[in-house]
Design a protein around this ligand. Structure first.
Ligand code: SF4
Length: 269
């Protein structure tokens, strides 16, 4: 009888890589490597030299998103930009998104939408935000993003340390804790001040989100975004009245016991 066993070298390709992509030690090493370096230099190294593997920008096209998108467009306008279309955005946000994409010449926009079957089953009236915002964010943000992330090793976010108490001390590189895949989360603007952001808008002629002038310094979905008084925490207008500060794409959300998440996506709820 013929020996059907394959040589070791052939069998090796069958093995599935299950190790996390990056470890806490990698994040520390990258933070040390770029400590004190210019944001553009850091981004160039990450994007052009592939230090963090396959990358995507996650953008809400909110109040300050233009700054990060401008920095990225200077280096690689074709870099994938993921936008979560929750179907609850202000129309102004969608118009602003399209205007910014055209102005900056971004060619990698990917619009992520909720699964229609999941919407029909769990939010058929479109009002889940009013009684279960965590569940609504899961359906409209966490799950669509998790599905898209199977293509990527790291995300670039526009988060800043000054945005709220919960984001103070934000590092430039951190491990994405929403699953066990060990992706990197890169926050190039982590240490930028509100003044630096403003100056960047002015010096590069970047357009403002139209709702900023109407009292919204942080802009998310329409039902969950309120105006903020001068001097208040800019993110205090998000989910006003709820004990909720993030949408679940930056911290774990919650589980309703049904397996809606893609393979390998196992949030620590
Ligand atoms: S921010 Fe509000 S409307 Fe948007 S997905 Fe979350 S709960 Fe739903």
């Amino acid at each position: 009888m013929a020996d059907t066993r394959r040589p070791e070298a052939d069998r090796r390709v069958d093995r599935i890589e299950t190790r996390p992509r990056f470890s806490e030690a990698d994040a520390i090493r990258l933070n040390n490597l770029f400590r004190g370096s210019d944001t553009r230099d850091m981004l160039r190294a990450v994007i052009r030299d592939g230090l963090a593997g396959d990358l995507a920008v996650v953008s809400s096209f909110g109040a300050e998103s233009a700054v990060l998108l401008h920095l990225v467009a200077e280096i690689d306008p074709a870099l994938p930009v993921l936008f979560l279309d929750t179907q609850k955005h202000f129309p102004e946000t969608l118009a602003y998104r399209d205007a910014l994409v055209a102005m900056l010449g971004l060619t990698g926009l990917r619009v992520l939408t909720p699964d229609p079957a999941m919407l029909a089953k769990k939010d058929d009236k479109g009002l889940r935000w009013s009684w279960d915002p965590d569940g609504c964010c899961d359906i409209r943000k966490v799950v669509p993003l998790a599905r898209a992330m199977t293509d990527f090793d790291a995300t670039i976010t526009g988060r800043k340390g000054f945005q709220s108490n919960t984001r103070a001390g934000l590092p430039r590189f951190e491990i994405d804790k929403t699953d066990h895949e060990g992706r990197l989360k890169i926050n190039p603007l982590a240490n930028w001040s509100a003044e630096t952001i403003e100056a960047w808008f002015d010096s590069h002629g970047l357009p403002r989100h139209p709702l900023v002038a109407r009292g919204y310094p942080s802009i998310g979905c329409a039902p969950c975004t309120s105006k903020v008084a001068k001097g208040e925490d800019p993110r205090s207008g998000r989910w006003k009245g709820w004990d909720k500060t993030e949408c679940g794409i930056h911290v774990p959300g919650h589980d309703d016991g049904e397996n809606n998440l893609p393979p390998g996506y196992d949030p620590a709820f």
